[in-house]
Write a protein that binds this ligand. Structure first.
Ligand SMILES: [Fe+2]
Length: 318
């Protein structure tokens, strides 16, 4: 079968859910998991400050590059991110390699239109041009892992970019989880983790499951570097800790731990000005993303919360 750039899931993106049944790669007291920074330097500043305040461990689970086609910005975002634990997303994987056949590597499902897929391939092309001047950085991306197991006081967290089987999988998207939770439940049980923390699919979701191991959770932060809900101007990160955050938008308890969605409140005006400078009206990124960056996607917080706890409940307890 011919590969359509941006639609396919390259074979080297795949892994078995059984890979998560291993000793933890990382132990932490508290964790911030930051997916989909998309090259927003102001969101990066914000998450660094959030983690610093709590002495929390930061994990960047991929796609920390996207809009940062300016060489200086490309360099500074990556130099900062790579001082922390990081996974490669499809963006880092594609700019590390030479093969253009996968396009942006997003493995977009059919509900994403052809024009949008084509524009993503064009954005990736621009970013690839910038990255070509940084062979050492590309070599660092190439050796980043595709998944990581973190442990927080006995809570096992599988951290991925896509889903339990692929770097660019859409199995943990809000759309797929709404259609049928059976597959996700089986993956959680088979992987031997209590939480899967993911990103990649653009929209956030937090969904609870009961498995043979007990209560389990899939938490997708959507994007740290772009708004995730209608009429909002902040990104989202996933926080896992022993005590709730007063900042959390929604969250749930899992044993002694809380898993929350926390806002990444970056300088919106500065970010949109920076975005417009490198992606003016008519450019592929402007056509695909400017509306979302200006005022959020067509998605409500209530749609993302699929747990027993209503939005804000945990932060009110704190
Ligand atoms: Fe991605």
């Amino acid at each position: 079968m011919a590969r359509t750039p941006g639609r396919s899931c390259p074979r080297h993106y795949r892994y078995s859910p059984a890979v998560f049944a291993r000793a933890a790669d990382l132990e932490a007291q508290s964790l911030y998991i930051v997916g989909g920074l998309y090259g927003n330097p102001f969101a990066l500043e914000a998450v660094l400050a959030m983690a610093r305040r709590e002495s929390a461990t930061l994990v960047f689970n991929g796609d920390f590059n996207w809009f940062n086609v300016d060489p200086a910005e490309f360099e500074s975002v990556n130099e900062t991110v790579l001082q922390h634990a990081a996974l490669r997303g499809n963006v880092e994987t594609e700019i590390a390699g030479e093969d253009e056949g996968a396009g942006c590597g997003c493995a977009y499902p059919e509900w994403v239109g052809d024009a949008e897929v084509e524009r993503s391939n064009e954005i990736l092309g621009r970013l690839r041009e910038t990255a070509s001047a940084y062979p050492e950085m590309r070599a660092r991306f190439a050796v980043l892992p595709m998944h990581l197991v973190a442990e927080i006081g006995g809570l096992r967290v599988g951290i991925v970019h896509g889903d339990a089987e692929s770097l660019a999988g859409w199995g943990f998207s809000q759309e797929a989880l709404r259609e049928g939770p059976g597959r996700a439940r089986a993956l959680l049980a088979g992987a031997g983790v209590d939480v899967f923390a993911c990103t990649h699919t653009c929209l956030p979701v937090m969904q609870e499951f009961s498995t043979l191991r007990g209560a389990a959770l899939i938490v997708n932060n959507g994007a740290a570097g772009m708004p995730n809900f209608r009429d909002t101007r902040f990104g989202l990160a996933t926080r896992i800790a022993s005590a709730p955050s007063t900042q959390a938008l929604y969250g749930t308890r899992l044993g002694k731990w809380v898993v929350e969605a926390v806002p990444v409140r970056y300088d919106h005006e500065a970010w949109i000005a920076r975005f417009d400078r490198f992606w003016p009206a008519g450019s592929p990124a402007s056509l695909s993303y400017r509306r979302r960056i200006a005022s959020g996607p067509d998605y409500e917080m209530e749609q993302a919360v699929r747990t027993g706890a209503p939005a804000g409940a945990l932060s009110r307890v704190a």
